[in-house]
Every structure is written in structure tokens, then in C-alpha cells.
Design a protein around this ligand. Structure first.
Ligand code: NAP
Ligand code: MG
Length: 499
């Protein structure tokens, strides 16, 4: 991967970039039919980066027609698997070759530190495309153990046109988690990036064409959720929605589907994940360090952020002391500076929403032990200090609602049963972790907490081989792993009578 350089280098390089700003439909870059554009603003400085094509319903119609045509002709799904694999691998290689540019596009659009974009988002995304590409020619279909007089085949077939509607928090990575498994299974894709972060999606469309992905197979529609997003959700010729974002919008996609063609809807939505530290954690300081970064990473804008710290009363002071000392040492800085550990939050709306939650927590009687304020206001950008509340009751809004900012809510508990009860007292169920030396306690928590992942003695565990997704209102369906392919395929059975 292209290496980290200096702030000055990154600034000069970002100024030299030419941004792709059009929609990509049927293998061509085009303006929106209305000719309208919207501005993408950098949260680093509050300044406009570029004006991007603002698509709407009529552009969705065009993209769906192009995607359908590619699917019907079979140009992609009927291509020899080994050839499809080679094209996908070439696409991944091109992303790797252009890693610094792609990382910078995400940094400029949504304000994450360049170090994270270059060492986490880009390698993670490239690896995701490669991993699924490698799967193309290694998965077999089935024959049923039926009567000898007949042979029953079970085949996986692509669904058709898949619309991927993604958020801004990990633009490249969330896109890769949807697009890679959906593409390798033979579908045609329409990607709608978040309005705050369209630039890397447009650039990878250019690379898709260069890699040889046939026209119409991969399309990108920059635009707004209530227009372009909704039109995809309601389109009678879209077969599947793959969505990551808020629970509120996830529910809308279920409604769009019900009111249109019953398309498959896969949802990866919000969370309010419990991070449980027991007094017998193998290393309380290591647990506290993990707890701090489980919230402050990506400025707290991660669906699986460990925003509820559940800590056993007897070690609470030690844990909080460590977290506060880490928080005080974190450099909140310009995302282009490789030394910055936290950057800007995505936009002013999000910043004000986070500050609103901080006020709400104070008014509800929780105590701020770290941060709580805006930072770097003079930059014109949108920065928030790492923030920790103590004395939180799980019924408070700061414990129940997804803040999507660097805000931790600390809740203490007395025993394992109480920890599990509090952990489950939420509408969400995306992620959880517990720190303890006691295997029996650990497994009681793993079994007891209703979430898509419950890790032990680590917060984030697992890689591309590990399924990711939620219970309850955190969604349905799984990203990553071979299980993700289940979302983009349907089983077809064929009974052949033998004479
Ligand atoms: P969001 O509103 O749910 O947006 C996610 C995607 O859905 C975006 O592409 C968005 O387009 C689109 N969308 C928005 N409204 C839509 C509608 N009415 N119909 C169809 N599509 C629609 O999330 P957000 O605006 O990025 O952030 C809001 C909150 O969502 C956050 O504060 C956080 O709580 C949560 N969130 C969760 C995750 C996660 O990974 N679980 C990620 C991001 C955000 P536009 O960008 O054009 O609106
Ligand atoms: Mg939005």
C-alpha cells in the first residue's frame, strides 16, 4: 500500500486531485438528467470540495435498465468463473495501486484520519474484494440425498439487480462489504453512496471499467436518500436492497419493499453496543484501552462502537482513570496530518446532534469526566473532543440512542446476571464484548447477550472470514464471510427423473 507521508505532502496531493463528479450508468460517466448537482463539503474545513451530479428517480430508471440489460444478456453472470475472478482481482489491484488517492477522497469527504484510511479502510476494502474474488471458482452447488431414481440439484443463482445503499462512516469499506459478494455471485449492482461521501465511489467506477467489468454491471448514482435512495427502494425491477445506515431508514426500506415488489431487503443498521469489563479481566488496563478505542475510533462513527461501557463496580475507578488518561493524550487534529488520531465528524448537522446528546446527558444527571466540547472551531471544520460520561442510567437517552459520535456512557453493575440484563436492555443487538479470566462467566455472557457478535477479552475480533450483522433492530442478514453470499442469491432446485 502507498505509505503515509507528511501533512504538507497530503495537503499538496489533495489539492492536485481531480475529482470525478458524474454518475456512472451503463459503463459511461454522465450528468444527472435534470442537470442538477449538489455540493460535497469537507468537514475538515467546512469548505466545498466539488459539485457532484444529483441523480433522481429518472436516473434510477436508466441505471436499473442498464443493470437489467447486463443481467439478462448474461454478460457477467454467465462469464466463466475463472475469468470473472481475474477481472475482480484486477479491480482490487487497481484500488491498491490508487490506495493513497482513494484514502484521501474518503478523508476529504468525511474527515477520518489519513492514517486510519490508509492503514485500515483501504487494505480492508482491497482484501474484501480479493477474498470474494477468490471464492468465485471455489464454491460448489449440491445434489440432494434423494431416491436413486432421481437426481435433485440445488443451485445458487444471482437475484438480478442489487441496489447497495451505503453510509459515509467507512465509504470504501462499507461499499466493499456489499459490492464484492453481490458482484461475485453474478448480480448487476447499483451503488448509491451517502450524500456526504460520493467521491471514492465515483473513482472506483472508473477503475471497474479499467478492470474490465462489463458495462451495466456496476453503476453508481450519487444523490440523496429520500429521492435516489427511495426510488431504488421502490423500483419494481430492483430485486434486492443491501443497506447500511440508521435503523430509521432501514425500516423505510422494508416499507418501500412491501409497497412495491417485495424485493429482498438486507439491513445493517445501528447499535448501542455493551462493552463489559469484569473485575477479573486478565488485564484491566488493556480492557480499558480497548474500551476507549472502541468508542473513539473513527470519531465514534462506527455502527459497532462500544458506546455503553458496563463495568463491575469494584474496578470502575481504575478503568475510568485509564480511559480518561488515554482520552487526554489523543491528538484530535487535521485528518491530513498522519499524527492525528481523531479527525472531524462528518458534517455540522452530525456535530450539532452529538453536542445535543452531550447536553441531554448532563441534563439527565450523568457526569462528564472527559471532554464534552467542540474542538478546532477556528478551522471551520467539525471536531468533537473524546467524551466520557460516568453515572449513566441505562434508561437515559445517552444509553439508549445511537449518538454516532465519540461519546461513552459508563454504567456500573454488580454481577454477571445484572451485566447481561443491562446489556440486553436495548432495541439494538449488533455487537458486544466481555473481559474476564473465567471461562464460565465468559460463556454465560456469550450465550446470554443477544447480539451478532459477542467477543471475549478483545473488543473487535474477526476479519473478512467472520460474519457481521445484527439481532433485533440492528438489522438482518450478514456482511462478510461466505454467509454474505446468501443475501444475493436464491436457491433453485431441479429434480431430474432418471430412467
Ligand atoms: P442514513 O440516513 O440511514 O443513511 C444511510 C444511507 O441511506 C445513505 O446513503 C442515505 O442517503 C440513505 N437514505 C437516507 N434517507 C433515505 C430515505 N428516506 N430513503 C432511502 N434512502 C435513504 O444514515 P446517515 O444520514 O448517514 O446517518 C444518520 C444516522 O444513521 C447516524 O447518526 C447513525 O445513527 C446511523 N448510521 C449508522 C451506520 C451503521 O453503520 N450502522 C452508518 C451510518 C449512519 P443520504 O446520505 O443521501 O441521506
Ligand atoms: Mg442522511
Amino acid at each position: 500500500m502507498n505509505s503515509l507521508t507528511t501533512y504538507e505532502d497530503n495537503l499538496a496531493y489533495s489539492k492536485s486531485l481531480r475529482f470525478g463528479t458524474q454518475a456512472f450508468i451503463g459503463g459511461k460517466f454522465v450528468n444527472s438528467l435534470s442537470g442538477k448537482t449538489f455540493e460535497t463539503v469537507s468537514p475538515i474545513s467546512g469548505k466545498v470540495i466539488a459539485s457532484v451530479a444529483e441523480t433522481d428517480k429518472e436516473d434510477v430508471d436508466l441505471a436499473v435498465a442498464a443493470a437489467r440489460k447486463a443481467f439478462d444478456t448474461g454478460v457477467w453472470r454467465n462469464m466463466a468463473p475463472a475469468r470473472r475472478k481475474a477481472i475482480m482481482l484486477k479491480w482490487a489491484d487497481l484500488m491498491e495501486k490508487n490506495a493513497r488517492e482513494l484514502a484521501l477522497l474518503d478523508v476529504l469527504d468525511m474527515g477520518k484520519p489519513i492514517k486510519d484510511a490508509l492503514t485500515i479502510d483501504l487494505p480492508g476494502s482491497v482484501n474484501c474484494y480479493r477474498w470474494y474474488a477468490e471464492a468465485i471458482d471455489k464454491i460448489y452447488d449440491e445434489i440432494c440425498p434423494s431416491d436413486p431414481g432421481r437426481m435433485v440439484l440445488v443451485m445458487r443463482e444471482p437475484l438480478g439487480v442489487v441496489a447497495c445503499v451505503v453510509p459515509w462512516n467507512f465509504p470504501m469499506m462499507m461499499t466493499s462489504w456489499k459490492v464484492a459478494p453481490a458482484l461475485i455471485t453474478g448480480n448487476s449492482i447499483i451503488l448509491k453512496p451517502a450524500e456526504q461521501s460520493p467521491l471514492s465511489a465515483i473513482r472506483i467506477a472508473e477503475l471497474a471499467a479499467e478492470a474490465g467489468i462489463p458495462e451495466g454491471v456496476f453503476n453508481v448514482l450519487p444523490g440523496y436518500g429520500p429521492t435516489t435512495g427511495q426510488a431504488l427502494g421502490r423500483h419494481p425491477d430492483v430485486d434486492c436492497i443491501a443497506f447500511t445506515g440508521s435503523t430509521e431508514v432501514g425500516k423505510l426500506f422494508m416499507k418501500y419493499s412491501a409497497e412495491s415488489n417485495m424485493k429482498a431487503v438486507n439491513l445493517e443498521c445501528g447499535g448501542k453496543s455493551p462493552h463489559i469489563i469484569m473485575s477479573d479481566a486478565p488485564d484491566v488496563n488493556a480492557a480499558a484501552t480497548a474500551a476507549a478505542w472502541a468508542v473513539f475510533f473513527n470519531q465514534g462513527q462506527a455502527c459497532n462502537a462500544g458506546t455503553r461501557l458496563l463495568v463491575e463496580a469494584s474496578v470502575k475507578d481504575q478503568v475510568l482513570e485509564k480511559i480518561v488518561s488515554i482520552g487526554q493524550s489523543i491528538t484530535v487534529g487535521d485528518p491530513l496530518d498522519p499524527a492525528s488520531q481523531m479527525g472531524a465528524v462528518v458534517d455540522d448537522t452530525q456535530m450539532n446532534r452529538i453536542l445535543g446528546y452531550i447536553d441531554d446527558g448532563k441534563a439527565a444527571g450523568a457526569k462528564i469526566v472527559l471532554g464534552g466540547e467542540r474542538r478546532r472551531e477556528e478551522s471551520g471544520g467539525f471536531y468533537i473532543a473524546p467524551t466520557v460520561f460516568d453515572g449513566v442510567d441505562n434508561g437515559m437517552r445517552i444509553a439508549q440512542e445511537e449518538i454516532f459520535g465519540p461519546v461513552m456512557s459508563t454504567i456500573s453493575f454488580k454481577d454477571t446476571d445484572e451485566a447481561i440484563r443491562i446489556a440486553n436492555d436495548t432495541v439494538y443487538g449488533l455487537y458486544a464484548a466481555v473481559w474476564t479470566k473465567d471461562i464460565n462467566k465468559a460463556f454465560k455472557v456469550v450465550r446470554g447477550v443477544r447480539a451478532g457478535a459477542v467477543n471475549v477479552n478483545t473488543y473487535s475480533g474477526g476479519d473478512i472470514t467472520t460474519p457481521f450483522g445484527g439481532f433485533k433492530q440492528s438489522g438482518q442478514g450478514r456482511d462478510k464471510s461466505l454467509h454474505a453470499m446468501e443475501k444475493y442469491t436464491a436457491l433453485k432446485a431441479s429434480c431430474i427423473v432418471l430412467s
